[in-house]
Design a protein around this ligand. Structure first.
Ligand code: NAD
Length: 249
């Protein structure tokens, strides 16, 4: 029996990396998936790759009008939502002393404001008993050089899950966090590093991972499926680290 049979799920940033792997798994488990992304060509390619009844909606999570458009489309097509995976996010690095207002605003606008309004604007459509999963990061608790603003955004994400679990309990909506460790996705191509810097980062990080390797997006998708489905019916407000043991050990 499929774990998400008949469910309607929205996944922001569902055209790449963790979001795309999760969209594919959700679709395989019987869900109808609505993915969002900022680049139309990649969105169209992802919709074709995921298959099934997948819908792609173009938009930027940091623009509230785009989120209104997303939920208007979901309302018109499906009338309700069962699962929200607030996944879209960016990494941009700057050590303290080099942080600009532009850097701060950009990372907070997407990773925090975008995630907050992704969830808030979904609430009128979300069924009682629905599931919300927020993508944070091991960075919500670590102190990697250059990651100060990014890590602060991910700590804010983790914090939201606590408050929203309390605030949404009357509707039996569960809110949980997935916190990936280093996962092999295109996100590292956007940081502005050279090939050599990416390799050096990879070598350093993997020495800190007890399982000794990067994770794959599909391994995060499995954890998100657990949190989205009734398999986790008594799990609320947690931060599930999927990181090869990096934080726990
Ligand atoms: P990715 O670059 O493959 O995917 C990010 C997705 O977010 C893309 O689809 C991108 O288009 C979308 N996105 C970015 N800004 C957006 C915006 N303003 N509006 C709409 N969509 C936007 O990277 P990924 O690794 O799959 O990242 C997904 C999430 O996982 C992010 O929140 C990231 O912080 C988190 N994460 C990743 C890792 C890792 O090692 N890859 C580790 C911890 C947390």
């Amino acid at each position: 029996m499929s774990k998400l049979s008949g469910k309607i799920a929205v996944i922001t940033g569902g055209n790449s990396g963790i979001g795309l792997a999760t969209a594919k798994l959700f679709a395989n488990e019987g869900a109808t998936v609505v993915i969002t992304g900022r680049r139309q060509a990649e969105l169209d390619a992802a919709v074709a790759e995921i298959g099934g009844n997948t819908v792609g909606v173009h938009g930027d999570v940091s623009k509230l009008a785009d989120l209104d458009k997303l939920y208007a489309e979901i309302k018109a097509k499906f009338g309700h939502l069962d699962i929200v995976f607030a996944n879209a996010g960016i990494v941009e690095l700057a050590p303290v002393g080099m942080v600009t207002e532009e850097h701060f605003d950009k990372v907070f606008d997407i990773n925090v404001k975008g995630l907050l309004f992704t969830v808030q604007k979904a609430l009128p459509l979300l069924v009682d008993g629905g599931s919300i999963i927020l993508n944070s990061s091991i960075a919500n608790t670590t102190g990697f050089e250059g990651f100060g603003v990014y890590s602060a955004t991910k700590a804010a994400v983790r914090s939201f899950a606590r408050t929203w679990t309390a605030e949404l309990k009357a509707r039996k909506i569960r809110v949980n966090v997935v916190s990936p460790g280093p996962i092999a996705t295109p996100i590292f191509d956007t940081v502005g590093w050279s090939e050599q810097q990416i390799d050096e980062f990879g070598t350093t990080v993997t020495t800190q991972v007890p399982l000794g390797r990067f994770g794959q997006p599909e391994e995060i998708a499995q954890a998100v499926l657990f949190l989205a489905s009734s398999d986790s019916s008594y799990v609320a407000g947690v931060d599930l680290y999927v990181d090869g043991g990096m934080i726990a050990v």
